[in-house]
Design a protein around this ligand. Structure first.
Ligand code: ATP
Ligand code: MG
Length: 279
């Protein structure tokens, strides 16, 4: 398993040897990684690999069977969701249909006991930030999917969380909108400086947006690294297969130096072929 190697100064999230089983099925097997403050961090992996389970643990909706989770250096396993400065955006927008957009964004702030004037200012700022100011009085049913997702983002960011969790937030959108929203999300993350933990099974999305990616497979972290590291130097066949547009070639290995192997010429490909050595 790859060791986590966040090298910045401040860790927003530390996941330490977290395991979780549902009945006899072990969904997560001693998963460890760190996420830096202000990082756009993505958990990438196929369906069923435990991405949502991990996010739910960061939010506090699920507890690990073993291991610990630290937010800003503090153990949070026993702390309920509403006492963590963490918010989630889901694939389905989960907006309140009977409320206007501004009421939807204001809702969480009212629950936190913010004073009315402060709420009004913050709601206005957030709607502007996601380019939805002119539609403030509409209801969710009068919006497109992309617009609803922008409101869901505004609502989640309004209370100034330290961490925003995003569980496949773009997967209900069509391809063109998905690409536009990637840029918007990235800009939003940079402008707010909030730590984003983004979950997807779409490798292109992950490579395009992230500072670092954790590739999950079989309930384990297979590799953690920058998009370039993950794409260009997959540590094993699982990562290469899942992330790259890889062609696997059966070759005879002639020599290995460090992590590189020199192989005999496979049919119809130039020689020598260089590829990461298998572990
Ligand atoms: N409450 C639960 N009870 C039983 N099994 C569960 C429960 N929650 C998750 N699982 C199982 O744990 C595994 C991981 O689920 P999880 O939802 O975390 O996957 P995922 O990576 O988010 O998948 P997807 O990409 O399809 O959303 C799956 O095999 C799932 O069936
Ligand atoms: Mg999921």
């Amino acid at each position: 398993m790859t060791e986590p190697h966040f090298t910045g100064d401040k860790r927003a999230i530390e996941v330490k040897s977290v395991s979780k089983s549902f009945g006899a099925y072990q969904a997560l097997k001693s998963v460890s990684f760190d996420i830096g403050s202000n990082e756009f961090f993505t958990m990438l992996g196929p369906s069923g690999c435990g991405k949502t389970t991990l996010l739910r643990m960061l939010a506090g909706f699920e507890s690990p069977d073993a291991g610990s989770i630290l937010l800003n250096g503090k153990e949070v396993v026993a702390i309920p969701p509403h006492k963590r400065r963490v918010n989630t955006v889901f694939q389905s927008y989960a907006l309140f249909p009977h409320m206007t957009l501004e009421q939807n964004v204001a809702y969480g702030l009212e629950n936190l006991g913010w004073e009315q004037g402060r709420i009004k200012t913050r709601v206005g700022e957030m709607l502007e930030r996601v380019h939805m100011g002119p539609m403030a009085r509409r209801k969710p049913a009068q919006l497109s999917g992309g617009q609803r997702q922008r409101i869901a983002l505004a609502r989640a960011l309004a209370p100034e969380p330290e961490v925003l969790l995003l569980d496949e937030p773009l997967s209900a959108l069509d391809l063109k909108l998905r690409q536009a929203m990637r840029d918007e999300l990235r800009t939003l993350q940079r402008d707010t400086g909030i730590t984003f933990v983004f979950v997807t099974h779409d490798q292109e999305e992950a490579l395009d947006m992230s500072d670092r990616i954790a590739v999950l497979g079989g309930g384990e972290v297979q590799q953690i690294g920058t998009p370039a590291e993950i794409y260009e130097e997959p540590v094993n066949r699982f990562v290469a297969d899942f992330v790259g547009e890889t062609n696997f070639l059966d070759v005879e290995v002639l020599d290995t130096t460090g992590r590189e192997a020199t192989s005999a010429r496979p049919l119809a490909f130039p020689s020598p072929c260089r590829q990461p050595a298998q572990r």
